[in-house]
Design a protein around this ligand. Structure first.
Ligand SMILES: *[C@@H]1O[C@H](CO)[C@@H](O)[C@H](O)[C@H]1NC(C)=O
Ligand SMILES: *[C@@H]1O[C@H](CO)[C@@H](O)[C@H](O)[C@H]1NC(C)=O
Ligand SMILES: *[C@@H]1O[C@H](CO)[C@@H](O)[C@H](O)[C@H]1NC(C)=O
Ligand SMILES: *[C@@H]1O[C@H](CO)[C@@H](O)[C@H](O)[C@H]1NC(C)=O
Ligand SMILES: *[C@@H]1O[C@H](CO)[C@@H](O)[C@H](O)[C@H]1NC(C)=O
Ligand SMILES: *[C@@H]1O[C@H](CO)[C@@H](O)[C@H](O)[C@H]1NC(C)=O
Ligand SMILES: *[C@@H]1O[C@H](CO)[C@@H](O)[C@H](O)[C@H]1NC(C)=O
Ligand SMILES: *[C@@H]1O[C@H](CO)[C@@H](O)[C@H](O)[C@H]1NC(C)=O
Ligand SMILES: *[C@@H]1O[C@H](CO)[C@@H](O)[C@H](O)[C@H]1NC(C)=O
Ligand SMILES: *[C@@H]1O[C@H](CO)[C@@H](O)[C@H](O)[C@H]1NC(C)=O
Ligand SMILES: *[C@@H]1O[C@H](CO)[C@@H](O)[C@H](O)[C@H]1NC(C)=O
Length: 793
């Protein structure tokens, strides 16, 4: 952006000189000279900036909507880090539930229909209403059509009998056909009456799923609880009250490892009821409205899930007064969606590796709240999506040598206000998830102070943080960093070599920022060789010559660039993406010259600015001098014209909406004068690249005539064409002939059009016959040098 405005300024200056040439060549038009005197390039610059700003704000609002969409992505990504083993996470449940009821009725009809249709083709059918895959027989979703358990092939170990309207297991021989199975799903059946000895023939039954049966009571469950071999029992969503204190004393389940009791009605629970289960390793009590959890000694428990409850304090984990741990082997504790705001008092969880406190009410992370003394084995801490406003992180909040992953996603942390040592004392940290916090006002020094010592980081996420600047200083110390995710920020440019210090970087995501140009120098060859995944999509690319290397990098199709979330579109060209954008080598060589010119031009500008006032006093002398000086250039052009290397006389740049006027008036009159016109509607070959066509046609025309109108300003292609023509005109010491039709208002004008009008004389069309005659007269004068001699009057 910055360089662009410089370029613009330069363009104006050069155009100004062209303009002087113009006025000197046609002494009749003195208005333009006065305009030159008034021209203030800085004024134009300000206009440009104002335009930019309004666009920025619009972009920002767009971003925000995208942010929220992205958030879910990030979150799933985050949970993936640790939920590898957790088969039945309650997270999905709430959505499942609503979807379930809504879709069930529709599904049911379609299901049965579908299955009957499939039956003839599907060779996995092992009974009329069952399908067998490997060791599993799926007899589910028959909704009452299957009233018994059929004989199934040998080797079947798991029977899915869910969704079968099996409200009662009527007799003890109900399962006689499947005595070999080790697992069974009787969920979603409305089951509430089970024959006393029904499970007795199932000598190998270990896994029993009975979720969503709603009417079940502990009384009904007696036949289940008598299956002493059970290792896995799922009783989710059954409206069960808290179990009676002696339930597992009366019914011994010595092998029970996994017990799901999510989504019942416990409210308060005394965990002592589960102590008679000697093998219990996973206990799921999520979504039970629990506001008080009374704990007890669980020597083998490895995972405790008490998410989606109303807990306000961390469960008691120490025996009286800091004595030994109640949970000496607990590795994971899930407290998602409770009402905790701080972990008070002593914590005795010597083996805890994973602590999930997402969606609680932590507003401040205090010094040593998550330190090693409390959580000596903690490796992963999830503090995402707190429901209160964050008021800071204190120094050494997470001091721990075991800690590897910290997630502070969606915390609205104002990173410029947190302590410089917030993340100090984390010698083994590997992943830091800080997306959706505020980095807007964080200085480079603060950033370096906060994160500079985290040299072991492997993954760093800072999406949607309004980050504006990224520099080598901020990143240089991340020697181990493998993945850097800075999507949806407000980065506008990438400094040269910003990634060079990241010697292990393989994944880079800078999608949906405000980057318009990706320079070749940003990505050194080493960096490019290292990168395996790059996402720079969704940025407002300025498809110009500077981007051509990036285009060829994209086009050369490294696998790295194939995973992008958004599109690579050109912000300056409508409906064009970076891969399809085309500029000829020639045009780009030309633009490189402009860049070289720019530096000298800038210094020239300075000189002009400082001398323009005295010059103004001597403008008439100056005009004379310029006339003398420019005459030579005019001669050169005349020579070129005489050599006749042109295919057309006049290239007409106009909006398609003005074609009527062009055909009816301009074309007729000018062809009368013996001029060959190039009109894109007529002379461009279908199928050719339009940018190429413009470039070629302009170059093979003696003059360029621009038809300004309201339509012209609204048409993006016209604006592109105008810019192109301006460049061309500058290069060849040529001049534009500008005509205005349709009463162009100043508010219709784009910056470029305004600049042209300020600096060049223009000829205004009017439907009044006198005015028309004047128009043709002036136009003729402007085109005098190319009108063939034999037609000249
Ligand atoms: C947990 O995951 C690890 C690695 O993904 C695997 O080795 C282990 O067997 C899993 N444990 C269980 C109980 O599935
Ligand atoms: C039928 O069985 C074969 C293997 O025996 C399998 O490859 C094929 O996918 C099955 N067809 C259907 C419709 O399940
Ligand atoms: C199965 O149960 C559902 C509700 O649980 C009911 O709408 C449906 O009619 C039942 N089907 C049969 C065949 O009883
Ligand atoms: C066993 O399956 C057969 C069909 O395969 C069925 O006719 C029979 O009634 C089933 N027995 C029981 C006890 O359900
Ligand atoms: C049994 O089938 C139902 C629906 O067909 C499915 O939702 C459920 O996950 C299956 N149970 C198991 C344990 O795979
Ligand atoms: C349970 O089912 C049996 C057999 O169908 C029936 O005799 C008994 O009355 C049922 N009990 C209840 C409480 O519905
Ligand atoms: C929990 O139950 C145990 C055993 O029944 C009992 O000793 C203890 O007092 C109970 N705790 C609470 C808080 O009620
Ligand atoms: C963050 O803090 C800085 C410095 O105190 C302040 O200027 C900025 O407005 C704050 N940003 C937000 C989003 O609160
Ligand atoms: C935190 O670091 C910044 C940047 O180095 C520094 O300006 C500031 O004084 C530091 N703050 C404290 C409290 O040390
Ligand atoms: C980095 O750690 C060193 C010692 O380990 C300490 O002296 C220095 O102040 C720390 N720097 C930052 C930026 O935290
Ligand atoms: C970009 O344009 C090319 C060529 O027109 C097309 O094949 C490709 O699908 C487009 N890509 C996107 C992301 O729009």
């Amino acid at each position: 952006m910055e360089t662009f405005s410089v370029k613009e300024t330069c363009t104006f200056l050069l155009v100004s000189f062209v303009l002087v040439t113009e006025t000197v060549t046609w002494p009749g038009d003195s208005v333009a000279v006065e305009r030159f005197d008034q021209t203030n390039p800085f004024k134009l610059d300000t206009q440009q900036r104002a335009a930019d700003r309004s666009q920025n704000t619009k972009q920002a609002t767009d971003d925000r909507t995208q942010d929220t969409k992205q958030a879910t992505d990030d979150q799933t990504q985050d949970t993936k880090l640790w939920t590898v083993n957790r088969t039945q996470d309650t997270k999905q449940r709430t959505t499942d539930q609503t979807q379930d009821t809504k879709q069930r009725n529709a599904d049911r009809k379609q299901d049965t229909k579908q299955r009957t249709a499939d039956r003839t083709q599907d060779n996995s059918s092992c009974y009329e209403l069952c399908w067998c895959h490997g060791k599993t027989a799926d007899c589910s979703r028959n909704y009452g059509q299957l009233t018994f358990v059929p004989k199934l092939p040998d080797g079947i170990q798991f029977l899915n009998f869910s969704y079968n309207n099996l409200t009662s297991v009527p007799s003890d021989d109900f399962f006689l056909n499947v005595t070999q199975i080790t697992g069974m799903d009787l969920g979603n059946n409305g089951l509430n009456n089970i024959s006393v000895g029904a499970f007795r023939p199932l000598a190998r039954l270990q896994t029993l799923l009975m979720s969503h049966n709603k009417g079940l009571t502990y009384q009904d469950l007696r036949p289940v609880l008598r299956v002493s071999r059970l290792e896995y029992l799922d009783l989710r969503h059954n409206k069960l009250p808290p179990p009676p204190a002696d339930l597992f004393v009366r019914y011994q389940l010595p092998r029970l490892r996994i017990l799901y009791l999510h989504e019942n009605f416990f409210h308060n629970i005394n965990m002592s009821v589960f102590t008679p289960l000697p093998s219990l390793s996973y206990l799921g009590l999520a979504n039970n409205g629990i506001s008080f959890l009374s704990t007890d000694y669980f020597p083998h428990l490895s995972t405790l899930h008490v998410g989606q409850n109303n807990l306000e304090s961390f469960p008691r984990t120490c025996m009286d007064n800091g004595g030994p741990s109640l949970f000496p082997n607990l590795k994971q504790i899930l407290l998602v969606s409770n009402r905790l705001s701080r972990i008070d008092g002593e914590v005795c969880l010597p083996k805890l590796e994973y602590l999930n406190l997402q969606r609680n009410h932590f507003h401040t992370y205090y010094t040593d709240d998550f330190n090693e003394a409390r959580f000596p084995s903690l490796q992963s801490l999830n503090l995402a999506s707190m429901r209160t406003k964050n008021s800071g992180i204190q120094r050494y909040a997470f001091r721990s040598t075991s800690m590897q992953v910290i997630t502070l996603l969606f915390n609205n942390i104002n990173v410029s206000n947190i302590d410089n040592e917030s993340f100090a004392g984390l010698p083994n940290i590997r992943t830091l998830q800080l997306s959706h916090n505020y980095f807007e006002t964080v200085s480079v020094d603060k950033f370096a102070e906060l994160f500079g010592n985290l040299t072991t980081l492997v993954k760093l996420y800072m999406c949607a943080g309004r980050l504006k600047v990224i520099s080598a200083k901020m990143l240089s110390r991340f020697k181990s960093l493998n993945k850097l995710v800075l999507c949806q920020n407000r980065l506008t440019s990438l400094p040269d070599g910003v990634l060079d210090g990241l010697v292990n970087l393989q994944v880079l995501d800078m999608g949906a920022n405000q980057i318009s140009v990706v320079k070749e120098t940003t990505f050194s060859q080493n960096t490019r060789d290292r990168l395996q995944r790059v996402d720079l999509s969704g940025n407002p690319f300025d498809c110009s010559c500077d981007l051509r290397w990036f285009q060829s990098w994209l086009a050369s199709g490294p696998k790295a660039l194939t995973h992008s979330r958004f599109k690579y579109t050109c912000s300056n060209l409508p409906d064009t993406n970076v891969t399809s954008f085309y500029l000829s080598e020639q045009a780009c060589l030309f633009s490189r010259d402009i860049n070289v010119l720019m530096v000298s031009c800038l210094s020239l500008l300075l000189v002009v600015m400082t001398t323009v006032f005295p010059l103004y006093r001597y403008r008439w002398h100056l005009r004379l001098m310029l006339y003398e000086a420019v005459r030579g250039g005019g001669d050169a052009r005349r020579r070129r014209l005489q050599r006749g290397q042109f295919q057309y006389d006049v290239y007409v740049s106009y909006a398609s909406d003005d074609l009527g006027w062009v055909r009816q008036h301009l074309l007729v009159e000018l062809e009368n004068w013996g001029l060959r016109l190039c009109l894109h509607d007529r002379d461009f070959l279908i199928g050719n690249n339009i940018v190429d066509d413009i470039s070629h046609s302009v170059e093979s025309s003696k003059k360029v005539l621009v038809v300004f109108s309201r339509h012209y300003s609204r048409n993006q292609w016209c604006q592109f064409e105008l810019n192109f023509c301006l460049r061309h005109v500058m290069d060849f010491g040529d001049n534009l002939v500008v005509t205005c039709v349709n009463d162009v208002e100043s508010h219709d004008l784009t910056t470029a059009m305004m600049a042209v009008l300020k600096m060049m004389s223009y000829i205004r069309w009017d439907d009044d016959p006198d005015a028309m005659a004047a128009f043709w007269g002036r136009l003729r004068q402007a085109l005098q040098e190319i009108i063939p001699a034999d037609v000249q009057q």
